[in-house]
Design a protein around this ligand. Structure first.
Ligand code: 48F
Length: 258
């Protein structure tokens, strides 16, 4: 019966997809623009990559542009990345370009999945796997389970590298520091916290702050700003895209030598 076949098609392929992703090269926590860009370049390089976002629609803060005016701005330095994703753009002024935020977010997601990354939506990462003082994977649960406060244990997924791409809250860095009494690779050894807005230094510093913050744990995007205590930059997205590409290149280089 077609009714049963439809259900079987979903269930069997979904659980097969889940099984395929229990041992990863890279687990990306958060489906914002920086993490999606990272997913694309790493998948394209042949790494086994899965990305987890707690929302129904991954894409983070990119869909809504600024204040829900759905346009975004990207500076010249990041335009090669925009071209890699085939996003339409128009020059504006002073080396700035504008594009439609919905097209841009959809293009990032499409290209990442098409390149071979798997995106799991409605998954909340509630912890990391921490073995021999190395971050070694993620602990995931259904977002509705956590929202409802149900007492249900999560599942574990191993990964050679974990990326914290959770945005302003830098959730994985906070969790690792809080639970394990370790020092992160920051000036204070802890999560410093994001500073108020400055577009120029914010864009520069987010790329500089994209790094391995603790063995096995990398940080990109706004999470990198929050952890290292650098300024937010608002709705200019070049820094996010460049941060995602940088973390991808670091991990590709690292895993190539293993
Ligand atoms: O914040 P977000 O868009 O990430 P980003 O790549 O980009 C920041 C920009 O959108 C913008 C900006 C540009 O200048 O400042 O804010 O740093 O997206 C983060 C995503 O992570 C998900 C969340 O739902 C969002 O889609 N997320 C956060 N914590 C978790 C999570 C978690 N623990 N588990 C799963 N997903």
């Amino acid at each position: 019966m077609i009714e049963t076949k439809v259900s079987q098609g979903i269930i069997s392929t979904y659980f097969e997809k889940m099984q395929r992703n229990l041992n990863l090269d890279v687990a990306i926590v958060g489906g914002g623009p920086s993490g999606i860009v990272a997913a694309y370049y790493m998948a394209k390089a042949g790494l086994k990559v899965a990305q987890f976002d707690r929302k129904l629609s991954p894409g983070g803060g990119m869909w809504g542009g600024a204040m829900m005016f759905n346009q975004i701005v990207v500076q010249e330095e990041a335009m090669d990345i925009v071209r890699d994703f085939d996003i339409n753009y128009a020059p504006f002024e002073d080396g700035l370009y504008v594009m439609d935020s919905v097209e841009s977010t959809a293009a990032l997601l499409y290209k990442a999945v098409h390149a071979g990354a798997t995106i799991f939506n409605c998954y909340s990462v509630e912890d990391v796997i921490f073995k021999n003082d190395v971050v070694s994977g993620v602990v995931v649960n259904w977002t509705p389970v956590l929202r409802e406060g149900l007492h249900v244990d999560p599942l574990n997924i191993l990964a050679k590298c974990v990326i914290d791409g959770t945005g302003h809250d830098s959730e994985m860095c906070c969790t690792v520091a809080r639970k394990n009494g370790i020092k992160l690779n920051t000036e204070t050894g802890g999560v410093i916290g994001e500073r108020s807005l400055d577009v120029v230094s914010g864009e520069d510093e987010v790329v500089k702050g994209t790094k391995e913050i603790y063995p096995g744990l990398y940080v990109c995007g706004m999470a990198a700003s929050a952890v290292s205590g650098t300024p937010r930059m608002g709705p200019i997205f070049g820094g996010m895209l460049m941060s995602g590409k940088k973390v991808a290149e670091m991990i590709i280089e690292k895993l190539k030598n293993q």
